[in-house]
Design a protein. Structure first.
Length: 198
């Protein structure tokens, strides 16, 4: 009897631990590492993964801050069309928060402090459409910087808000958050100086 109870408890704990990690939501930069020449553009995708394909919960809003070393990376704040999104950022490049492709979502991508870029998108698509039409893994943004000096610049992420189509907060499990924010292996760029050959 005790062996059976021990087995059931052990198996239940195994399912709980492994079942929850199978659907963990993650945010990460791709590529996680780049080597570029000073003066060159540096593009990076900010991706979300761990949602389920074409079922709830679907992402409907995000409000994120990306921190970078402005002595190494420059960010162009130009917004030529005045839509609130800097031209060096493409928000929701695969239209997963705008499945109807009406272009009416409230969005912004702007510097809120030196070396701190805020990214915001709020879907106006109906919840049932997001839940049935959104993929589980997709880019939230493509960000382009310019390398201005030699050195290393980590990209760190702060999550201000992440919400699903029902208006509930989506939680990134603690290990993913710590790994993403605290790891020097994720989201940094290395630069090298141009060498002139005579």
């Amino acid at each position: 009897m005790r062996k059976a109870l021990f087995f059931v408890l052990t198996f239940g704990l195994f399912l709980l631990l492994h079942g929850s990690s199978a659907h963990a939501i993650s945010l990460f930069f791709d590529p996680p590492f780049q080597t570029v020449v000073a003066g060159d553009p540096v593009s990076v995708d900010l991706l979300i993964s761990g949602l389920k394909n074409f079922v709830a919960p679907a992402l409907s809003t995000f409000d994120l801050d990306v921190k970078f070393n402005q002595a190494i990376l420059a960010f162009d704040v130009t917004d030529a069309d005045g839509n609130g999104v800097a031209d060096s950022v493409t928000l929701d490049p695969t239209s997963q928060l705008d499945l109807q492709q009406l272009g009416l979502n409230p969005v912004s991508a702007r510097l809120v402090a030196p070396g701190r870029l805020n990214l915001f998108d709020l879907s106006l698509d109906p919840p049932e459409e997001l839940n049935s039409g959104q993929k589980g893994d997709f880019p939230l943004a493509t960000i382009t910087f310019t390398a201005v000096a030699s050195g290393v610049s980590r990209l760190d992420l702060s999550v201000n808000a992440l919400g699903d189509a029902a208006g509930n907060r989506l939680v990134i499990p603690e290990p993913s958050t710590l790994l993403f924010v605290g790891s020097g292996l994720v989201g940094f760029v290395i630069f090298r100086r141009k060498r002139l050959v005579a």
